[in-house]
Design a protein around this ligand. Structure first.
Ligand code: AHM
Ligand code: MG
Length: 331
């Protein structure tokens, strides 16, 4: 009989013998969060939860109820466990400190509670992205500098995709592993062990509506992807959902490049370094790929502030390197 691997068992079996279980338990907490958000998103059309709350988040966008629910849920599940010294969420302006009545732990959690908010109302896949760092100081004070670390220093990263089925995909630096939620037993079961980007890649993913906002070098890169510039172009099709987790997941399974370039009026593009680009850059490297801001690896950029945005190119190594090549040309 084939071995059924629950996410708990998989994480536990890979825990180093010297570990105290704190990190393992933190990953279990996230799996629990995933199940609770999945339950809520699956019922979103039934209960009156959709619609804008009416408040504007720190990015200047209106928040929606499910974003708020997911954000508060993650904080509520993770703030009292003694595993974290501080958290940061895309939905909150400042770091989230651990209430003084609770013990602090050695880890830092950064997250985008529900990414792809424009897709919530229209029943299209959305996702949660997370990254786990180690607290930098022994006193576990949980300061801003514990949060502002480059993605190269992540201890783990992952995402939860709320799509046709719910998946949790994560890496602790030893490959990328995917689990699918079995609704009958309420458990995540191992479905994609050691995910690797396939070659040749199948897709490129970008919001073409913004073509006129890009530099001529980015426009040239797009023409190259389409086979209009040079004879060594890959043969790609185009797919863009507008939900980063869903676009990333598809390209991880089929191969390709996702990018959200700098725009003439928005030189840092849209994607957030800490909550979106960094964790996904960590994952793509583990899957054999590469992520760049067009000039340097995303993994090397230390965030200067919590909500820093960054131009973002991620996917198969050769496709992202080619973006760097075009962007590095004189205009
Ligand atoms: P959000 O964090 O407000 O949900 O925005 C991030 C999303 C990403 O999921 C997606 O890649 C991108 O915004 C789509 O933006 P656009 O609609 O400009 O193409
Ligand atoms: Mg987001």
């Amino acid at each position: 009989m084939t071995k059924i691997q629950t996410i708990e068992r998989f994480i536990f079996e890979r825990q180093p013998h010297t570990a105290h279980g704190e990190f393992t338990n933190l990953l279990y907490d996230i799996a629990l969060v995933a199940k609770l958000i999945a339950y809520k998103t699956n019922r979103a059309g039934l209960v009156d939860i959709l619609g804008r709350v009416g408040v504007v988040n720190v990015q200047g966008e209106s928040q929606q109820k499910l974003d708020v629910f997911a954000d508060e849920l993650i904080v509520r599940i993770c703030d009292h466990t003694g595993r974290l010294c501080v958290m940061a969420s895309e939905e909150r302006e400042d770091i989230i400190t651990i209430p003084s009545e609770y013990r602090k732990g050695a880890y830092v959690l950064v997250f985008d509670p529900l990414d792809g908010s424009s897709n919530i109302d229209v029943n299209v896949s959305i996702g949660t992205i997370f990254g786990i760092y180690r607290c930098k100081d022994w006193d576990l004070r949980g300061r801003l500098e514990d949060v502002l670390q480059p993605a190269r220093d992540l201890a783990a990263a992952g995402y939860i995709l709320f799509g046709a089925s719910t998946m949790m995909v994560y890496s602790t630096g030893q490959g990328v592993h995917g689990f699918t939620l079995d609704l009958e037993i309420g458990e995540f079961l191992l479905s994609h062990e050691n995910m690797e980007l396939p070659e040749p890649p199948a897709y490129y993913s970008v919001n073409h509506a913004y073509y006129e906002r890009w530099s001529s070098n980015v426009q040239r890169y797009v023409r190259w992807l389409q086979g209009q510039d040079g004879s060594d172009a890959p043969i790609l099709s185009s797919r863009y959902i507008g939900s980063l987790v869903a676009d990333f997941h598809r390209n991880l399974l089929r191969g390709g490049v996702f990018f959200y370039p700098a725009e003439i009026k928005k030189p840092n593009g849209k994607i957030r370094l800490l909550y979106e680009a960094g964790p996904l850059a960590f994952l793509i490297k583990q899957a054999g790929g590469y992520a760049s801001d067009g000039r340097q690896p995303i993994l090397d950029i230390t965030p200067a502030n919590l909500h820093q945005r960054v131009p973002f190119y991620i996917g198969n190594h050769s496709l992202v390197k080619r973006a760097e090549y075009f962007i590095g040309q004189d205009e």
